[in-house]
Design a protein around this ligand. Structure first.
Ligand SMILES: Nc1ncnc2c1ncn2[C@@H]1O[C@H](COP(=O)(O)OP(=O)(O)O)[C@@H](O)[C@H]1O
Ligand SMILES: [Mg+2]
Length: 235
């Protein structure tokens, strides 16, 4: 479904990604784990067209997307829930969701079904649909950020560190939802510093260090890999 092939991405003179390759097959949850500054967000931003490549290629469903504008990539079926859950603080939950709706809907095509789908996944958002986003807890804001990304009816969902700053119990609940979203037919590329949680939900994993992919394997093999255990799982 997604093929990232030997990409290089720079910020000015700084090379943030070097020969990064990974792929995501339809139906999977794939995770990219790595420490702060390793290049995880840069990888997601490259896929969603927010950063230009200086080398390599990105294909989605066989079509080259690496020179496409971000809005066209969204239209192809890729949604990006960015790091730091950027909800609109002064808008209500419902208004935040409406802003995530596909802008290219046909006339008469309402967003009610999309909103209902998000509320079915996150009943808490339904309960709080009139509440202003800033007044929600961190976990609720993260649900809202994910819900908003789902409003675009993506086939591939890019999640950037959904666990960041959340209590362990909230992270567990959120990751159950990520699994549910996948079961609804949405393929997921999950980027995480929280390797233990990411490996618990994904089927395959890549480890990124200093802008390079250093390991790629099934999550089971990753969990037992000495390098991963020592440096990322605290074993
Ligand atoms: N806007 C930017 N300008 C310059 N350097 C950046 C910028 N964003 C990220 N970087 C650098 O690129 C590298 C990868 O960053 P990032 O992809 O954000 O890592 P991660 O998401 O894994 O924490 C880091 O060295 C970071 O300092
Ligand atoms: Mg990041």
């Amino acid at each position: 479904m997604l093929e990232v092939d030997a990409i290089e991405v720079r910020y000015g003179n700084i090379v943030a990604l070097s020969e990064v390759s990974f792929r995501v097959t339809e139906g999977e949850i794939v995770t990219l784990i790595g420490a702060n500054g390793a290049g995880k967000s840069t990888s997601l931003r490259s896929v969603s067209g927010l950063l230009p490549l200086s080398a390599g290629s990105i294909r989605f469903e066989g079509e080259s997307i690496d020179r496409m504008a971000p809005e066209d990539i969204v239209r192809k079926g890729i949604a990006h829930s960015p790091e730091g859950r950027r909800v609109f603080p002064g808008l209500t939950v419902a208004e935040n969701l409406e802003l995530g709706a596909t802008p290219w809907r046909k006339r008469g095509d309402t967003i009610d079904a999309d909103i209902d789908r998000v509320y079915a996944l996150f009943p808490r958002l339904k309960e709080r649909h009139k509440q202003l986003a800033w007044s929600m807890s961190g976990g609720e804001q993260q649900m809202l950020a994910v819900g908003r990304a789902l409003m675009g009816r993506p086939r591939l969902l890019l999640l950037d560190e959904p666990s960041l700053g959340l209590a362990p119990i909230i992270v567990e609940q959120l990751f159950e939802k990520i699994a549910s979203i996948n079961q609804l037919g949405v393929t997921i590329l999950l980027v995480e510093q929280n390797a233990a949680m990411a490996l618990s939900v994904a089927t395959r994993a890549y480890l990124i260090e200093n802008g390079r992919i250093v390991l790629a394997d099934t999550t089971e093999k990753m969990r037992n890999h000495p390098r991963v255990r020592e440096a990322y799982l605290g074993a």
